[in-house]
Write a protein that binds this ligand. Structure first.
Ligand SMILES: *[C@@H]1O[C@H](CO)[C@@H](O)[C@H](O)[C@H]1NC(C)=O
Length: 412
């Protein structure tokens, strides 16, 4: 597991990519699939899983491996993204101006210097009942909204509705949280060798801040109506953004300039908050749940995501940087105590069969210690993989999990 086998993009160039694709088009249906079916007849990673679900999860991991060998789809340009979002999905679009550079300070500023990243103009997509032809219509005060960051290990995925990491996840949120809109930020994706190094930490965090600044200052949305949210690595961005605001005291400034008041709440789905992989032991979910999850080939100790998000930062940053890995076991009790005490209410949705389960547990326990049990809602869904809002054959689980999110939302 320590030597990198996935996400090497070794077949990223033509004609290798085509040959590899053809090879997979033959071997997956005719060799892998029969094997997966046969195996699922005898052993399933979870007794509750149907044969179909077991095989689906097995196949999904093959798709993840395929992406890791052939390459990651770049974002649609804002022009194309805006047009197809509106025409095909009824989803709105807005540009997001960069947060003023004075807003990036202290250790995050230093990391930005090392990785050569600055605030940049970005964009995002609007989902929900407030969507108009152009952008969205500000709802009456008191209508809550989600500010969302998709998953994808900091290196893939999009806020555009054609990407399931946002498109699929938005569906159960909108269904169970009536009235809510979602603004999904198209944050910069990190990359590393074999590609040129780009957009390492804190590029994504800066873009998350720009989007929040846009909601609060440009649109004038009451921060009390905003639920900051994210899936997987997007969860780390959401947590990192709040930690940054609190540690730099941006929430304590008066209404002018760079003040960034805290949101009403934080909702996270399967937050990936330990990139130093401090939870990898022979008895942890990181090891034991590889077959019951979809992202096992993707979230690995030496793998691409970690190299990409770190960029020029030393490797220890994945183990010790609270913005990247707030659940790292390398952070001492002393270092994490009180870190979350100013956090708003939190709800955690995650699957009981995902490799990150133990990571989420550590994170939950840290939150509970600072905030108390009443303010941290643990919504573990039994026997579900990572970010199951994007998966087929999980309709009942989504109903159950997002029904709970909906009840939490109504009570906020
Ligand atoms: C993190 O913890 C692991 C295991 O205890 C240790 O090997 C590693 O050196 C630690 N990293 C840092 C940066 O302290």
């Amino acid at each position: 597991m320590s030597s990198q086998t996935n996400f090497t993009f070794r077949f990223r160039r033509q004609p290798l990519k085509l040959l590899y694709t053809l090879y997979k088009l033959i071997t997956i249906p005719f060799i892998k699939l029969p094997f997966f079916i046969l195996r699922a007849i005898f052993i399933r990673p979870r007794p509750t899983w149907s044969l179909a679900r077991t095989v689906y999860v097995d196949l999904y991991r093959q798709v993840v491996v395929f992406i890791g060998q052939t390459g990651i789809t770049p974002h649609l340009s804002p022009d194309k993204g805006a047009e197809s979002a509106r025409k095909q999905f009824g989803v709105g679009f807005s540009f997001v101006e960069p947060i003023p550079e004075e807003g990036i300070v202290a250790d995050v500023k230093e990391a930005a210097r090392l990785n050569g990243v600055k605030p940049e103009r970005r964009w995002g997509y609007w989902y929900g009942p407030g969507v108009l032809e152009e952008g969205f219509k500000k709802p009456p005060p008191g209508t809550k909204m989600f500010y969302f960051m998709h998953g994808g290990g900091f290196v893939l995925g999009s806020a555009h509705p054609s990407d399931p990491l946002t498109g699929e996840t938005s569906t159960p949120i909108l269904k169970h949280c009536p009235g809510a809109n979602i603004f999904a930020i198209e944050y910069r994706l990190a990359q590393a060798s074999p590609y040129p190094l780009a957009n390492g930490f804190p590029a994504g965090l800066i873009d998350a801040l720009s989007g929040y600044y846009y909601l609060v200052h440009t649109l004038g949305i009451d921060s009390n109506d905003i639920i900051v949210s994210g899936s997987s690595a997007g969860g780390a961005l959401a947590v990192g953004m709040l930690l940054y605001i609190i540690r730099q005291g941006l929430h304590r400034r008066d209404g002018s300039g760079l003040s960034l008041p805290l949101p009403r709440a934080l909702w996270l789905e399967s937050p990936a908050v330990d990139w130093g992989m401090s939870h990898v032991t022979s008895t942890s979910s990181m090891t034991l749940f590889q077959r019951s999850d979809i992202v096992s080939p993707f979230i690995q100790p030496t793998d691409y995501c970690v190299r990409a998000v770190l960029g020029n930062l030393p490797k220890e940053e994945a183990e010790k940087n609270v913005y990247i890995s707030p659940a790292s076991k390398n952070l001492t009790d002393e270092e994490v105590k009180g870190l979350f005490k100013e956090f708003p209410d939190v709800a955690l949705t995650y699957g009981g069969s995902e490799i990150l389960r133990d990571v989420v547990w550590t994170f939950r326990d840290r939150l509970v210690r600072d905030l108390g049990k009443e303010r941290v809602l643990d919504l573990e869904e039994p026997d579900c993989p990572h970010v199951f809002s994007t998966l087929l054959l999980h309709e009942k689980d989504k109903e159950s999990a997002y029904g709970k999110v909906g009840r939490w939302y109504k009570d906020l």
